[in-house]
Design a protein around this ligand. Sequence first.
Ligand code: GLU
Ligand code: MG
Length: 627
Amino acid sequence: MGLLSLGTPLPWSEAKEYADHVRKHGIEQFLNIYHSQKNKQKQSLLWGDEIEYLVVKFDDKEKTTKLSLRAFDILKNLEQPEHDFIEGKTKKAPDALWRPEYGRYMIEGTPGQPYGSTFRDLITVEKNMKLRRQLAIEAMHPDESAITLVNYPRLGCPHETVPDYEPNGTACQSLFVPDEIINPHARFPTLTANIRRRRGSKVKINMPIFHDKNTLKPFIDPTIPWDRQLFDHDKEAKEGAALADHIYMDAMAFGMGCCCLQITFQACNIDEARRLYDQLAPVAPLMMALSANSPIYRGYLANVDARWNVISSSVDDRTPEERGEKPLQHDRFIINKSRYDSIDSYLSNDSNYKAKYDDINLIYDQDIYNTLRENDVDEKLAKHISHLFIRDPLVIFKELLNVDDKLSSDHFENLQSTNWQTMRFKPPPPNSSIGWRVEFRSMEVQLSDFENAAYSVFIVLLTRVILSFGLNFYIPISKIDANMQTAHKRNAVLNDRFYFRKNVFSTQGNHSSLTNEDEDAYELMTMDEIINGKVSFVPLIHSYLNSTNIDIETRCKLSSYLSLISKRASGELMTGATYLRQFVQQHPDYKQDSIVTSKITYDLVKRADQIAKGEYHPIELLGSFSA
Ligand code: GLU
Ligand code: MG
């Protein structure tokens, strides 16, 4: 989830004194990178995926699961081949790279080398994902496993971790989760505490409960310790933070403890990266709905299928003034979104772009914008960066305050990596051979590696089609935001409609018979229409593939991936969220009361593990494709 530096993190009272220092040097660092690398060209596509895993411990006798807080011991083993390679102890490049994540029960794996640009590369993806899972499991105890559920269903219920801890830590001050659940690297507890301190209250997460036949109505959660008096913040729940008919959560771990599937592409050059950023932005909410896999929070069935809003609220460090709840007095801006949200402005200067698409009020730092403009950064890029820089740096390491802005990008990355948006535009690191990249961040991790590979490959093929057919997906940003909310809804894939552009082939100058308005029209469409019908992502990809030379094995594999996506969009196959929700509702222990008990959780996590290992093949989720 971002940069890991070593050092002594400043407490919030000191960190905020250095905010302008970090911003000033962050911009200096960006300018150095921009001017030294803006003309960089890369020959071919390189890309990679990131998969986040939960480490779960099974007790098959008691039929219980717990989150295992051993991620660090496990990572030590997993990272060894990488260290050996770097130190020259072996010539063999590692098969996978491993990183810690927010939760002490999470690990993150990426391929050891980026994938290349050939079609053959696309069929190595699933193999590498399977190998990664196998490596992860081998590095664990025999009763542990690497699970790709987005969210551990009973995260925040009592006694769900090993070792077991009381929820009484000073960093989160949560009513539900202990501090020991957080990655112990100084960055993470500091990030957690500083978000709370900056905000002035605990984070407030409310996801609507799924009202089943026997669910309390109104649902006032009896498991919230309403009257606890351990910390001053404890009273917030009672004073209105915990909403009726919602699942209330009060800590960063509920959000950043979720697992996702992210894809990063290296573009040929900065313009292509900016173009892909823009074209994939309207795709992000669609892919979240199509990959939705998280219908359960803190032991309850939710009335949503996806995680995004949970994370968004879990890191929302805006003060009441910034949230527009109090008149601006001490703060500089009213800010319409959390740091973790969908994008706020487009970035490309290509001819399909029109100013009307940027229809939300973009908040940006005028001084930083001016500095960037004076230093020859174009308007859109200057706005993008000066928008990211309205935020304060949350974690500042004392030892790293003064660095050489020509050699380091630490201060730039400090802000860049804590703006967690649906798309991320990534400049090359200073003095490296890496090119300009974009990251696609909205997708939920899938239960099996067949699905994870299918979603990853689908996005890669979509970028190829966008670039070779010159597709135009521009719609107003406000409509992307609306889609993002729609994408959370229960079974949005089948029940809801999404704004999308009607004519994706339109380019400036074409269609002279149409008025400008018609040419740029968008409308609400079903997922099936977007993926299989009117817009036709899947048929477009097929016609792209048909125009190229591909061997049979590759073609079959790619077809099975496209078919999964296509059938999820049409409803022929279920999303993970629908599958998991149904699993709970059909479980013999479920009492139609929205409660996901620890026995149900055991069976569900077990099922997830079996699916991932190929020991169980639910046709309604995966179709008849061989795993
Ligand atoms: N786990 C986060 C998510 O589910 C992403 C963290 C990261 O940026 O790596 O979106
Ligand atoms: Mg991550």
